[in-house]
Design a protein around this ligand. Sequence first.
Ligand code: MN
Length: 333
Amino acid sequence: MNEGFELLQQEIKAYLTDAQVHAIEEAYLFAKKAHAGQIRYTGESYITHPISVARILGQMRMDETTIMAAILHDVIEDTFVEKQEIIDRFGEEVATLVEGVTKLTQIHFENHAQAQAENFRKLVMAMTRDIRVILVKLADRLHNMRTLESLPPGKRRRIALETLEIFAPIANRLGMHAFRVELEDLGFATLYPLRYRVLKEAVETARGNRREIMDMIEQEIRKSLKRANIASWVLVGREKHLYSIYKKMYDRHLSFSEIMDVYGFRVVVDKIDTVYRVLGVLHNLYKPIPQRFKDYVAIPKANGYQSLHTTLFGPFGVPPGSANPNGRNAAPG
Ligand code: MN
């Protein structure tokens, strides 16, 4: 066996039973046969694509049904296999997922108007009764975006635009931060290569200049949280991804130096009560900038995201970025 299936196998063995791994292997052999002779635009044999999609989902530890659907996701669309055959071999559930992904693949987004994009996102969500269909579709899109360079420029741009206007917002709405960030940065790099490069360099320069200050701020925050006897917290540094910096500059007509929250810190705690205490500790450590506070704990985002956002003046009067003392079950926002 080749085409990356061994890698997938290793990954899923970590959390699935032998019987489940075996069922996935059956799906692989079936898909491999169905796609036999098909070559991907990258020059590789086609089966490498569904395997890569399955690996993205395996790394998220999705169930065996989703992994099988990922391996079979292009079989109805691109081969002579019909739904009934998938039902007979792999069951109704897998077949329904594959059919759902096929339907999403068949609708094409053509108009670039904002309202259209919104309607299209609604359509995608409404067409999907099982959220796993969207997860397979997002993983499919992510792998296509990762391998976009081999496509002709026109097609590349169309896919990148669709990714930015449809799929990244869907990932965001589902609270799937890692998907959203990678989809957006890949889409941005494809649509605006020059802007992407310039901004990337600016961020790298700023990061170099601010590293010492950021380390110092991190130490101060740690000390203050300990001093206040806050129980079980995790502190993580956070960096805004390039596309979200770009969007903010573009939407609000700001220069790069005016973007204050390129860097930030996130304090994750396990009780709502503690979230507000952490906010108090941070506001006591550094003065907050007025009007920059948001309470997503009291008013959660639609996807269930809960946290407090604030922007602080750091030492030397430098705004170090924002701090998010996060609530329970907080998804990165
Ligand atoms: Mn595909």
